[in-house]
Structures are given as structure tokens and as C-alpha cells.
Design a protein. Structure first.
Length: 337
């Protein structure tokens, strides 16, 4: 029954900008998800915890995309969360020379996520031009000599996949964030352009990880700056990972979840795959069915080999719910397009 409703949503008047009504189950799913992300971020902030890449930078990114796609977002709340995140991640330390201590010699994923906010939503207001200028200078400074950006080491607390996944993951995220700073004129000197060339060379020599995240992010990088002829095989690679239930798992031996499915939907949308495709409809149906009553999605923590999964599920649930929301936002706008 639900499959037929979702199919009707995709094939109806959305293509010409018509509303399908407040009972649309997909848009209702997105609105519940945004409610969860708002409530959980406010709770995290009110409990005195500092801004993080999940409750903070990821929230700013997701809410800006929601606003762009026509979903209601509280302007004062977004401004407050953006200010909170910028105080933590875009403070004076952003200009300091790169440190040598563990944790201070690798790029900040939160800074990358804030940059991705502007990359994904060109007319956003959370980051000022000066913020972006500083980020554009920061990212190349934290790039390794070999062209990669390194993930945080496994210090006490064991940062876990899929977020703290690999150098490949962070290099792909950083490449996406940095691409917006390349001048249109190829003759204009650009640290960002040179940095991206080094990153592209490193990625070309690095075997892609057998993960959905690798396939999705490599597709995104290609869609943002590559040639269209390269997109079809990369889309096929990602689609081959889709499970029978319509979702994607982070790795092949794990069940579908919100994190991987949201990332796949997001990448496929930006690569030009339309919502009329049955693969997209199946993925949307999976996320609609899997959402919990509070608007979040269930997530199971993973760990690197030899490490134990984290007992605190709050960060991965938030990340998974944010990615599911981003994927749905890109697939089903609120007011049509």
C-alpha cells in the first residue's frame, strides 16, 4: 500500500511544482526527522556539551538544505546553532599553524561539514564570506604531502566508522568542501585548485574501500567537478550495493541503515538520478518504513577491527538521522521543483 502511495507522489504533480497535500508520507517523514534533529540538538546544547560535528556542524548543514528545499526551519534556532558551532570550530585556532599533537595535526571534520553547508546551499546565511575565506586557507594547510587528508588516529575512545572511517573518506569530504573555492578562470592562481589536484592524484592511486560511503562520496566528487561520461559506471557501482529491502548497508555484510541509505540517495540525486527511478522509490520507501516515532532512525554502532563498538549511540543515531534527512530532502522537496 505504502509503495503505491510513494510511487504516486513521485509520478504526480511534483514535477510541475504542485503540492500533494499534508498527508504525503514522505514529506511527513522529513518533517518528523527535522523535529528530532532540532530537539536533540537543543538538548545537547542545553546540557552544556560543546558543539560537535554531529550536534552542531551537521545540524547547520542539514537545516540549511531543508530551508533551501522548502521545509520550515526556525530562523532564530538556525542562527543560534550556527553561531554556537562557529565559536567552537571557526575560532582563532583556525589560523594557527598545524600542530604535531594527536588530534591537532589532522583536519577537523566539523570545519569540513560547515564548508559543505555553503557548497550545497550557495545562498545560505550561516557562514559569512570571511568564514569561508578562512576555511579556504585552512583546508590546504592541513593536507598531507601525499595529497590526502588524514582521519583522526585511534586514541582512547576509539573514534569509529563510518564517520572516523579512513583517510579516503576524509579526503573525499575535504575535496567536496574545497571545490567551491576554485576560481572559474583556470589562469587564476589558486591554492584550492592545486590542493584538489594533489587530492585527485592520491585518490586515483588509492583503491576504493568496499563501502557504500566510498562509492557515494566518489560519485559526489565526480558529479561536482568531473566529466559526465564517468558518472554512469559510478552510479552503477553504487546501485549494485542496494539491498533487496531498498536500502543500503554501510558494508556488504551489514543490513540497510539510515546513514548509508541517506548518503546513497543524496549522491544519486546530485548525480542526476531522478526520483521516478524504481531504485530511488525503493530507497525512499525503506526510510519511510524504518523511521521511529520520534523522527529518528535506529543505528547500530560499528568499530574498527580489534576495537569495541561505542556504548553511547547518540552520535551515530544523530549522524544516521541527519544523512537520512539529507537524502530525502534532495529527493522530495517540500514545495516541488
Amino acid at each position: 500500500m505504502l509503495q503505491g502511495v510513494i510511487a504516486a507522489v513521485f509520478m504526480s504533480g511534483m514535477a510541475c511544482g504542485q503540492e500533494t497535500g499534508i498527508d504525503d508520507p514522505v514529506r511527513g517523514t522529513v518533517e518528523r526527522a527535522l523535529g528530532f534533529l532540532e530537539k536533540d540538538a537543543v538538548l545537547w546544547k542545553s546540557q552544556g556539551k560543546c558543539a560537535t560535528c554531529h550536534h552542531g556542524a551537521m545540524t547547520v548543514w542539514t537545516f540549511n538544505e531543508a530551508k533551501q528545499r522548502g521545509y520550515p526551519v526556525k530562523a532564530e534556532l538556525l542562527a543560534d546553532l550556527a553561531k554556537w558551532s562557529k565559536v567552537r570550530f571557526l575560532g582563532p585556532d583556525l589560523e594557527k599553524p598545524r600542530g604535531k599533537e594527536p588530534g591537532y595535526n589532522v583536519v577537523s571534520l566539523a570545519v569540513i561539514f560547515l564548508a559543505l553547508t555553503a557548497e550545497a546551499v550557495p545562498h545560505q546565511e550561516s557562514l559569512a564570506p570571511e568564514d569561508l575565506r578562512r576555511i579556504a586557507e585552512y583546508l590546504p594547510r592541513y593536507q598531507e604531502v601525499n595529497g590526502s587528508w588524514e582521519t583522526a588516529p585511534l586514541w582512547a575512545g576509539s573514534p569509529a566508522p563510518p564517520v572516523m572511517d579512513s583517510h579516503e573518506t576524509w579526503t573525499l569530504f575535504a575535496s567536496l568542501a574545497l571545490s567551491q573555492f576554485v576560481p572559474a578562470d583556470p589562469n587564476t592562481p589558486s591554492a584550492a585548485r592545486e590542493s584538489l589536484k594533489k587530492a585527485a592524484e592520491w585518490l586515483s592511486q588509492t583503491k576504493p574501500a568496499d563501502t557504500t560511503q566510498s562509492a557515494a562520496l566518489r560519485l559526489l566528487v565526480e558529479a561536482r567537478g568531473g566529466t559526465s561520461s564517468e558518472l554512469p559506471p559510478m552510479i552503477d557501482r553504487l546501485l549494485r550495493r542496494q539491498n533487496a529491502d531498498g536500502g543500503w548497508g554501510q558494508v556488504r555484510n551489514l543490513p540497510s541503515d539510515a546513514y548509508a541509505t541517506g548518503q546513497a540517495l543524496y549522491a544519486l540525486s546530485l548525480a542526476g538520478m531522478t526520483r521516478e527511478r524504481r531504485e530511488i522509490q525503493a530507497a525512499v520507501r525503506f526510510l519511510v518504513d524504518a523511521q521511529k516515532a520520534d523522527g529518528s532512525w535506529p543505528m547500530t554502532p560499528r568499530a574498527h577491527p580489534g576495537k569495541k563498538p561505542a556504548k553511547n549511540t547518540v552520535p551515530i543515531v544523530y549522524f544516521g538521522s541527519a544523512w537520512a534527512t539529507l537524502g530525502l530532502l534532495r529527493t522530495v522537496p517540500r514545495s516541488g521543483e
